[in-house]
Design a binder for this molecule. Sequence first.
Ligand code: BTN
Length: 326
Amino acid sequence: MSLDIQLLLALSDGNYHSGIELGNLTGVSRAAIWKQLQKLQELTGLEFESVKGRGYRLPGGIELLDKETVSIAISAAALSLLSEIELHRQVDSTNRQALSRAQAGAASGHVVLAEHQLAGKGRRGRSWVSPFGANLYLSLVWGFEGGAAALEGLSLVVGIAIVRALTELGVPGIGLKWPNDIYWQGKKLGGILLEMVGDASGHCQVVIGIGINVGMPRTLAAAIEQPWCDLREVCGQAISRNRLAGAILSHLLPILARFERDRFVAYREEWSELDCIAGKPVALHLGDRMLLGIAAGVGEIGELAIDTDQGREWFHGGEVSLRLQQ
Ligand code: BTN
């Protein structure tokens, strides 16, 4: 175990630990401990405290991700569809890692999790704010036959799996904003990023990237471009990221197996109940064209209906960006 992880594990309880205790635990000098904590602070954004006579602590503590704890939280049905969980303390992007595993032939059900992303990717070339230990960053590899056409509506069913998982954990009132945002009371709680490798008309591997804000440090608020929230705000208390990862995989893996067979139409009714923009005025950006209208639900393959002055128009996920009109 690296020195960083040893220190983080020791300080994860939020209590004071003396330099002697940490030194004995890690086998390095007391002076080296504080230096290492300062480095760790720079790397992760976590704020350690050093108090004379008491030692060091991480105010509030931190629950680190742990493969075993995630696995225990996954249902038996989902475990049979899982091939591997890869856990990183720090990566560029879990999607990027999962894409390279997919290219190297990883099986469906290969999961990449990370505590920290240095280059987290959002949709449409945006970056995804991904501080250490604060949120969930999860990517999953899944193989599909039938190429890009077979993937219509996929991000919508991933959204359903996330809402089912959150509901199971007692998180109320979560909605979905087409095509792949997780919303609560008009604020973004999480997002889904799908990326594909392989044959656009035959066998392809999809990387399903999921980012959920769990306990975003308030100091990062300005870095996020749109109204957002985290689970701490939604629930009024901390939610375990290990349990959240387990619950999402428990719902996501079986949904993917079924989606391959039944397609989006089998989920259309459930999605419509979670649709948080239906009936609301929206602005759709198509390249440099903007279209105003009223969101009117989704069709059988997950395409969005917008009622405009010219009548009803239909849109597919890859081509547009959607904003609620203020
Ligand atoms: C969006 O823009 O709404 C999509 C955000 C997707 C973020 C997740 S975090 C895990 C995975 N790895 C990434 O680099 N991006 C996705």
